[in-house]
Design a protein around this ligand. Structure first.
Ligand SMILES: Cc1cc2nc3c(=O)[nH]c(=O)nc-3n(C[C@H](O)[C@H](O)[C@H](O)COP(=O)(O)OP(=O)(O)OC[C@H]3O[C@@H](n4cnc5c(N)ncnc54)[C@H](O)[C@@H]3O)c2cc1C
Length: 419
């Protein structure tokens, strides 16, 4: 069938704000960027397409946080550490010192509320229910973005823009190039009323092969390589289901729709099978599936520097390091993240943070985790505030001042010694 087109008439669009720093997308990276920019003194606004902050870490029900330290050395400081500590204080996170990965769990409602609080305390102007759909201004130097909402089409002017959309939407609209390896979409879910003690007993009972039951349920579920079911300690009888459905073009709404439908049906099926077959799950109840489909990777924007996994393994150092992170798959790998990897080539006033930064596919597997998105966001936020204040490009911000500011706010920029 040939494509049909219509031509939109030209129209005037109201400018609803004029800010120093505009953060687009309020996932872990965007939220940290907005808080950091506002704390650094910039007039900051954050626009988000949904009604809350946290991105995949709240709406996507991705509620497992990798360790913020490695072999006893703190790696993630600043806003990431503060967020985690504040969730611990309110009982909305639990540190799992006993687990091999030393990862933690947190409550998605807790992170939503705390993210609102931290942005509000810092003076960030929040604008939910607004999709960024276009940029305007000169090629390579956008003057701002256009958002679409129930209020219609509106423009926001900004001296600096941080792209925290996860998919690099803003950088791509501004003309940046990218590479892509879309993969591993999933739709996590939560169950309640599981008799966790009975399940635990069954796991250790030689007469019951719970692994085999799990394998059989997985085989009938339609999930691709991964179906995880684990106890979630922040509530009575709670279990978290993580999964991997398959591949496709995750910027195509038809593909996303298909996986939403498939994901909800699979969660129902797995719940029924667990009730029937797994000891402890007889009276379980499906509370929810994630309301934000779990897209792990789409665009990786081509930046001034491309991070490569080989460099992570080799402890590569940079003059413009603004963040550190770890690799959840490999306890020995801690790496530096240079500012240049967040600056799209050829674009003067946009920075990317989070799962769309410039990297190879393998490096992105490590970079995309929540704790790294926090540190990248904080680095980008402070760089954007300094650039807006000086009227320069982020690439021209004095590095010593930027790094000093990050350290002063509790950031960690030095790799820990290798064991
Ligand atoms: C199933 C699954 C399991 C995972 N497991 C783990 C795990 O165990 N531990 C871990 O640390 N990480 C895990 N991850 C990865 C991690 O959740 C994400 O990589 C991380 O949340 C990315 O953060 P981000 O801020 O870059 O993007 P996102 O979290 O995707 O946030 C992007 C935000 O931008 C908004 N947005 C997007 N486009 C627009 C637009 N055009 N206009 C306005 N707003 C927009 C979105 O609504 C969203 O709020 C998992 C991911 C998935 C999918």
């Amino acid at each position: 069938m040939s494509q049909n087109f219509i031509t939109e008439p030209t129209r005037e669009i109201p400018v609803i704000a004029d800010v120093d720093v505009l953060v687009c997308g309020g996932g872990p990276a965007g939220t940290a960027a907005a808080i950091a920019a506002a704390r650094a003194g910039a007039n900051t606004m954050l626009v988000e397409r949904y009604g809350c902050l946290g991105g995949l870490a709240t709406g996507g029900l991705v509620i497992v946080l990798p360790a913020l330290e490695r072999n006893g050395h703190q790696v993630i400081g600043g806003i990431g550490q503060e967020t985690f500590e504040r969730l611990l204080e309110t009982g909305e996170a639990q540190y799992r010192a006993e687990s091999n990965a030393r990862s933690s769990r947190f409550d998605p409602e807790g992170l939503k509320r705390l993210s609102d609080e931290m942005c509000t305390e810092a003076g960030v102007r929040l604008r939910y229910h607004s999709w960024v759909v276009q940029v305007f201004g000169e090629e390579g130097a956008p003057e701002g973005v256009i958002v679409e909402s129930k209020a219609g089409r509106e423009a926001i002017r900004a001296r600096q823009i941080v792209d925290g959309t996860g998919d690099g939407d803003v950088a791509a609209l501004a003309g940046a190039e990218w590479e892509r390896d879309d993969k591993m979409i999933g739709l996590p879910f939560r169950l309640m009323n599981v008799d966790l003690e009975r399940w635990e007993e069954a796991i250790h009972d030689p007469a019951i092969d719970t692994q085999q039951i799990r394998r059989e349920i997985h085989a009938s579920s339609g999930y691709a390589s991964h179906m995880g079911i684990s106890a979630f300690p922040l509530g009575p009888g709670l279990v978290w289901g993580n999964n991997h459905h398959g591949e496709g073009d995750f910027l195509d709404p038809d593909v996303l729709t298909r996986y939403e439908v498939k994901g909800r049906a699979a969660a129902r099926h797995v719940t029924d099978m667990l009730r029937e077959r797994m000891p402890g799950f007889e009276d379980c109840w499906l509370i929810d599936t994630a309301w934000q489909i779990g897209v792990r990777c789409t665009r990786r924007i081509k930046g001034l520097h491309r991070m490569e996994f080989e460099d992570f393994k080799a402890d590569r150092r940079y003059d413009d390091t603004v963040a550190l992170s770890t690799d959840f798959r490999n306890p020995d790998i801690v790496y530096e993240i240079p500012l240049r990897s967040m600056i799209p080539a050829g674009i003067s006033n946009v920075m990317c943070a989070g799962r769309c930064v410039s990297s190879d596919d393998e490096a992105m597997e490590a970079l995309r985790e929540i704790h790294g998105c926090w540190t990248m966001g904080e680095g980008a936020g402070v760089a954007a505030a300094l650039a807006a204040g000086r009227g320069c490009a982020p690439a021209d911000v004095p590095m010593a001042e930027l790094q000093e500011r990050l350290r002063g706010a509790g950031g960690i920029l030095e790799l820990p010694p290798r064991e």
